[in-house]
Design a protein around this ligand. Sequence first.
Ligand SMILES: CC(=O)N[C@@H](CCCNCc1c(COP(=O)(O)O)cnc(C)c1O)C(=O)O
Length: 389
Amino acid sequence: MTEQQPFASLEAAHSAGVYAKRPITLVRGSGATLYDDHGQAYLDCGSGIGVANIGHCHPTVVQAIAEQAATLTVCPEAFHNDQRALLQAELVQLFPAEFQRVFLCNSGTEAVEAALKFARMATGRTAIVAAMRGFHGRTFGALSATWESHYREPFMPLVPDFSHIPYNNIERLQNAITEQTAALIIEIIQGEGGIRPATAEFLQAAQTICHERGALLILDEVQTGFGRTGRMFAFEHYGLQPDLVCLAKALGGGIPMGAVVINQRVGELAIGTHGSTFGGNPLACAAARASLSVIRTEQLVDQTAEKGAWLLTQLQAIRSPKIREVRGLGLMIGIELKEKVSPYLQKLMNQHQIIALNSGSNVLRLLPPLVISWPELERVVATLRSMFE
Ligand SMILES: CC(=O)N[C@@H](CCCNCc1c(COP(=O)(O)O)cnc(C)c1O)C(=O)O
């Protein structure tokens, strides 16, 4: 172990080796601030890749986890549980009335896997259509819906009968969705694919075409959900009526959790057709209930709409030959550069103590906690302006 980075070298000695690492060791977080093992503070504009919407270690969630950890953490879905029953009821309350059922799991990729299986089972069809540049997870089904070849190639063959269309291309959608299509799966804003919002026309056409041809519309809101875009769920911006909505990341307030919220149009799912040992566990459900209460009581959705609009305007006002476009919705912002983004991420972290993300090789992605303060937002804008102007 090196004295400067004792934990980094220890971790590197035993890690599977699949992750690119940044040279800091994060050991504590509070609100939108993270601290490394030397006590250095960082302003977090990554939220753990869109998880810490309510900030790090929110006291309400910490208390709920502590209480549930001392009460019951293990309860498979073979038995009823109070926290799960309450969370399910509170979760479907956030959706239109036709959404009455939810499948609980432990990650985004699991939510996508469940939605894909439910769609094939409910329709009796096998074809799945997804979007180019889309990202839906790393497990074989979700990976089959994910576009970029560098995610897919080492693992071929993937699940058969998946195809991809250009995002926002209605004509290709018309040709791709047929009577054999079980579902279309899309993001409202492509998160890993470069912070690319769908057009309202594309989304409306997707819903119309799917429902006219008996296919289900699966919305992957793993990254856009829980206030991230300035509405509780991004589909609300467009008045959509999806059939299955995949959720995860911020759902559990930092505790791993995923969910599929199911429109009654999908019909009944037969007992024994899917499952998960940890899905719906009391600890995650208690954390999720606490997180939802924080989003509600701190009015984080409305705050995000206001802060996000201001941030987007400020960043779009930066005049720089290095910036191609600034886009996004709420506090899900992408700055597309005319060059590689990684040097800028390193500079932000090492010289300015701001942690931001990439999305692809040339988009600087900002996913700050929704609790980020106005002074912290002003610091982000001032820093980026100084870097790019
Ligand atoms: C460092 C690291 O592990 N990064 C993750 C980043 C994934 C972030 N996105 C997850 C995601 C997923 C998968 O979610 P999960 O299994 O990672 O919880 C599904 N759908 C959408 C729209 C998503 O954005 C990865 O490279 O797999």
